[in-house]
Each structure stands twice: as structure tokens, then as C-alpha cells.
Design a protein around this ligand. Structure first.
Ligand code: HEC
Length: 144
């Protein structure tokens, strides 16, 4: 019975009926995860200021050629692609909050655990809130 439910769940996730975030792949935050998440966010803030702020700006609003991370519908619905963008870079046309961007984001020279921290920071800063925590294993799992 479990197997059948799992199958349908994954099937619906793959069709996009259930957002990726509710899938079992990402760690849903419960009280036990709260403390590690807060610590990860703190480390992420430092990484953000060194690696990301020059393009996406301290307030996460981006600028003419650089897309925003604050309130970004791209970031908040595409955790796997966001990991991929930081790990391997991103180029080509993307649409963020209805606006198109086509500059290149170079891959960031960060360790997997640092990518997890910086994502936990951007996903839980400004007015962004996420009910999952990105782990080092999530980052490791994303291949080019
Ligand atoms: C040199 C400038 C630059 C730096 C540094 C940079 N980015 Fe980006 N980023 C971009 C550009 C340009 C795009 C859009 C690429 C495209 O149009 O395909 C982008 C896109 C993104 C996106 C997807 C679109 C969105 O707005 O949600 C995310 C998420 C992201 N960047 C996160 C980060 C994080 C986190 C860091 C720091 C670890 C970072 N970026 C560092 C330039 C940069």
C-alpha cells in the first residue's frame, strides 16, 4: 500500500501537481531542524556578502541586469535549479517575476556546505520564507 502511495506521490511531483518543495527529497523544517537552520543562515549571510551581493545587491533586489533574489519566484520554486546555478553557473534567458534576464552568472567557487548555507540564507531573508532546509547532501546530489 505504501509503495502505491509513494508511486502516485512521486508521479504527481514529477508532473508538477505537487511542488518540488513538498516532496520527500528536501528536509521539511520541524523543531529539531530549527537550530541547525538558524546557524546555517548565519554562516550564509557572510558568504552572501562576499560572493553574491555585488551582483544581487545587499537588499537582494538585484539591478537592471541582475535578477532579484528577494521575492524571486524563480528561487522560491526551483531549489534544484538554484543549487545548479550556484554550483555550475547559469546562462541563457530566464524569467524572474515576469521580467526576462539574459546575462551570465559565473559558477561560484564554493564548497557544497557553503552553497547550502548561502541558499538557506537567501531563502529565509528579506521576505522569503521556506519550509525546507537545504543540506550539504542536497547540494552534493545535484550534478551537471
Ligand atoms: C557576477 C554576478 C553574479 C554573482 C556574483 C552571482 N550571481 Fe546569481 N545571477 C546572476 C545573473 C546574471 C543571473 C541570471 C542569469 C541568466 O540570465 O541566465 C543570476 C541568477 C541567479 C539565480 C536565479 C534567478 C533568481 O533571481 O532567482 C539565483 C537563485 C542566484 N543567481 C543566486 C546567486 C547566489 C546565491 C550567489 C552567490 C553565491 C550569486 N547568485 C552570485 C549574476 C550573479
Amino acid at each position: 500500500m505504501h509503495l502505491i502511495i509513494n508511486f502516485w506521490f512521486l508521479f504527481l511531483v514529477s508532473l508538477g501537481f505537487i511542488p518540488e518543495f513538498t516532496s520527500t527529497y528536501y528536509t521539511i523544517i520541524d523543531q529539531q531542524q530549527e537550530k541547525p537552520l538558524i546557524e546555517s543562515i548565519k554562516r550564509g549571510e557572510i558568504i552572501y556578502s562576499k560572493f553574491c551581493a555585488r551582483c544581487h545587491k545587499t537588499n537582494g533586489q538585484g539591478s537592471k541586469n541582475y535578477p532579484p533574489l528577494a521575492n524571486s519566484d524563480w528561487l522560491t520554486t526551483k531549489p534544484t535549479k538554484s543549487i545548479h546555478a550556484i554550483k555550475y553557473g547559469l546562462k541563457g534567458n530566464i524569467i524572474v517575476n515576469g521580467k526576462s534576464y539574459k546575462k551570465t552568472m559565473p559558477k561560484q567557487k564554493l564548497e557544497d556546505h557553503e552553497i547550502a548555507d548561502v541558499l538557506n540564507y537567501v531563502m529565509n531573508n528579506w521576505s522569503n520564507t521556506q519550509n525546507v532546509m537545504i543540506t550539504t547532501n542536497n547540494v552534493k546530489a545535484v550534478k551537471n
